[in-house]
Design a protein around this ligand. Sequence first.
Ligand code: ADP
Length: 446
Amino acid sequence: MTRAISLHDVSKSYTRGTRVVDRLTLDIAPGEFLVLLGPSGCGKSTVLRMIAGLEDIDEGDLLLDGEFANDLPPSGRDIAMVFQNFALYPSMTSRDNIGFPLRIETPGADPRPRVDATARMLGIEELLDRFPAQLSGGERQRVAMGRAIARHPSAFLMDEPLSNLDAKLRNHLRAEISALTRELGVTTVYVTHDQAEAMSLGDRVAVLRGGVLQQVGSPREVYALPRNVFVAAFIGTPRINLLQGLVRAPLDGAMTISLGKQYLRLPEPLSLDHQLLRVQQGREVIVGLRSEAVRIAKPSAARPGEMPLTGLVEHVEFQGHENLVHFNTGSRPAVVPDLEAPRPAARPARRRRRDGGPGVLDRLRQRADALRAGPVVVLDEPLDDAPVTPPDGRLPGDLIVRTTPDLQLRHGMHVPLLVDLAHLFVFDQHGERISPAPARLPDLEE
Ligand code: ADP
């Protein structure tokens, strides 16, 4: 059996007045692999522990297969958890470690058949008679997985299970976890701060920031249509270029987005998304350009929808299969402050409405709260996590572009660039995406 897990308006505070999870609503379908993604301290583990029953829920409802489950003891939830530091019993062999929960669950029953079947599935039969001290990190994690799987739980909760392993093993086990959970068809909630891991594993990815859900969608959706600057910047490598811009929409003449010393002219006829930018006339916006939206080529080579810029080469990062070129285009980068920081500014918890459903005011408050989780963007500061940091702490350049490794570019060269405006994101000053237009506008009437 596999479980549907629903969280409705779930909140949690450890200290009075500070919500570490703030009105989280999430429906996880039976058999789905959902990844909870966010920076350290954003409340991911707390969510997982509330689902497992290891942490009380202050407000809101947890439903397991549609049944109210807030008060169900952990043992009654039929859910298995795999942690980052999964402690195996050192004095037990792998066989006994895997069989231990089975012996507790059904005393007297012979756990061997299940243990053997699980070990076959995980390819760890030859490890069954070894003790934990005789296993490598990856092998130990496999045994730990075996211990969770052997119980045939109706859901798995995994809390950064691979983060203690080296990169190669992590990739390998990631693929194994993906194959295994699909084969078992068991609902899985997987916590990670690693966006690449989230993107490669999840049917859907739920991005959390400061305890507030920012967006939930397929990996493709959250990458291609990030709801706000935070999601855009958290997902994707190299990180999306975020530049401060100013929309100019004169009554006669072309619409442009000024980027400091240069500007992008929006091609005519204006696309629907670009037409919507007209109302931003005179306002500061944030322009998001993933590295694939910019290429090195002369203006004469422009395809429809590509507009020229010039960049001064500041730094070239050799990556083997590609180069990352840092250009200075004379624009100011916008910074997403808390990508790696702990929870942003706290705010007081509010009481839940007695009648359950949120009203219009509550929904407006929720939107405001989502923004209040701290500023999504900070303007007028240098980027904070450059791959290479020069002595004064400033990032060399404001625009990172991928190139083939054979392209010879040197510091100080002026290079023509083409920006594909079909891949241009525009965010408002609060960091919310305004172009492409949000697919669904908030429906406050419903
Ligand atoms: P994540 O898993 O995203 O790193 P956690 O859910 O572990 O985040 O923690 C969210 C916030 O709650 C953090 O600020 C953390 O310090 C705090 N926190 C977690 N557990 C406790 C606890 N038992 N008591 C007090 N604060 C806690």
